[in-house]
Design a protein around this ligand. Structure first.
Ligand SMILES: [Zn+2]
Length: 451
């Protein structure tokens, strides 16, 4: 019997072909010659064997002749989830990778981010980053914006207009000694965060939500972090920040917060670790800190391109998984130079292999595991796995239609290959030319209808 949520919903469209996704039990489940129906709410109504097409069509009231057949070398996979990306930094992506984190922030990041008071500039950059990430298959993005409330609201509006699922954070920072005009007072940061949350929730965008965003412990006073923890709790909101990215940063946090046992404890003390918290990096977390992540339900975003590009460190993903800490992947544009989650997949594999070169006993990640981290893992890290992340009946249809043999694409297929090989080729060699359609909550958002 096909898996279905019952015939109460009206079917919008049905696809037939290969569907590849992950589940809690297995990193790679390949469903060949199956049919998947999406209802008018954008949710997966059923998925079953093509042999059951007739009975499914009767149960769900659609005509078998309307079923859309995928071509050979095509498959559907869940949309990619970018758990950590700085939208304003997209303006200098691919440059400025010549210094470590703290110098990099002062020299490049803060001066650029301070320009986003200008809404015209923000409009231009934010439209480009939303379009670029969608085209590359990012159906869900967890964005940092800047300290500017109106520009942050604009980013949320643009994500909504293009149909991307997004968490958008107005950045909070009441400490910044290097670029003095790019910071807020404690009161401004609280007031503007509350205004941002209220105005964004008031828009009632179906797929875009605010996320409380202290930049990181070095940019925020303890007082501000505590207030932001309370704001997140009172509004039941997501929280995002950075943790343990670079050795120098970890040392300074220790000096600045001597009363805390660890970097993780700094956030924990200020009520910033919840089961809706995602922290980027975590390269230098101790086992004790990982246990605290596990206990609080907070998650990590692994951003390997950024970690390598800024010579920050290498996350031991295997150890994070061993501690049962929720983990997703992030591009961390523009510390990471690529906005594509396919790049995040490749750098995750590279980093894992470097760890194996250093220690042959290290259990290298498989591409199947990394595929899961980029999809289901990301949705879990953002606590959105009840809505998205794989092809479970009742979840929103967030999906990429991939054609590995796209005419002007980067992949040459020498012979007909099995789906697992095709997926591996796409993950390692593919790009946006292979992503022929992108769906978010059942709506086709790529190719674009809006310019
Ligand atoms: Zn970051």
């Amino acid at each position: 019997m096909a898996n279905s949520k019952g015939p109460t919903t009206e079917i919008n469209y049905v696809y037939r072909g290969t569907f590849i996704h992950s589940t809690q039990q297995t990193p790679l489940q390949i469903l060949e010659d199956e049919v998947l129906g999406v209802d008018t709410d954008g949710k997966i109504a059923f998925i079953g064997k093509a042999a059951e097409l007739d009975s499914l069509s009767q149960t769900f009231g659609f005509s078998p002749s309307e079923v859309i057949q995928l071509a050979q070398h095509e498959f559907f996979m869940p949309g990619l989830v970018d758990t950590h990306i700085h939208a304003p930094q997209y303006s200098y992506a691919g440059t400025a990778l010549d210094m470590p984190l703290l110098e990099w922030l002062n020299k490049y990041t803060f001066p650029v981010e301070s320009r986003f008071k200008d809404l015209e500039f923000a409009q231009q950059v934010y439209s480009q980053v939303v379009k670029r990430t969608l085209r590359n298959g990012t159906t869900t993005a967890c964005y940092f914006a800047t300290i500017h409330t109106d520009a942050s609201l604009l980013l949320a509006q643009i994500a909504n207009d293009f149909g991307q699922r997004a968490l958008v954070g107005k950045v909070c920072m009441d400490r910044n000694n290097s670029v003095k005009h790019y910071k807020e007072t404690n009161q401004e940061s609280q007031d503007e965060t509350c205004r941002f949350i209220a105005e964004l929730l008031n828009k009632k965008y179906p797929l875009v939500r605010p996320v409380v965003t202290p930049r990181f412990a070095l940019s925020c006073t303890g007082a501000l972090m505590g207030q932001l923890g309370a704001i997140a709790k009172n509004n039941n909101l997501h929280i995002q920040s950075h943790i343990s990215e670079n050795v120098e940063e970890v040392k300074l946090v220790k000096e600045l917060f001597p009363e805390s046992k660890s970097y993780t404890d700094v956030y924990h003390k200020h009520n910033l670790l919840t089961d809706k918290t995602v922290m980027a990096h975590g390269c230098y977390l101790s086992d004790e800190e990982l246990a605290l992540f596990r206990e609080t339900g907070a998650s990590l975003s692994h951003c390997p391109n950024s970690n390598i590009s800024l010579c920050s460190g290498m996350l031991n993903v295997r150890n994070v998984l061993k501690h049962n800490v929720k983990l997703g992947l992030g591009t961390d544009v523009a510390g990471g130079y690529s906005a594509s989650m396919l790049d995040a997949v490749r750098r995750t594999l590279d980093t894992s292999k470097v760890l194996t070169i250093q220690d042959p006993e290290y259990d290298t990640l498989t591409f199947e595991e990394v595929f899961r981290l980029a999809t289901l893992g990301g949705s879990q890290a953002l606590s959105l796995d009840d809505r998205t992340g794989n092809f479970e009946v009742g979840k929103d249809f967030d999906a990429l239609r991939v054609n590995v043999a796209a005419a002007d694409g980067p992949i040459d297929l020498i012979k007909i290959e099995e789906p697992k090989i095709i997926l591996e080729k796409f993950l390692n060699l593919g790009d946006d030319r292979n992503i022929v359609e992108v769906f978010v909550a059942g709506r086709k958002v790529v190719p674009f209808t809006k310019q």
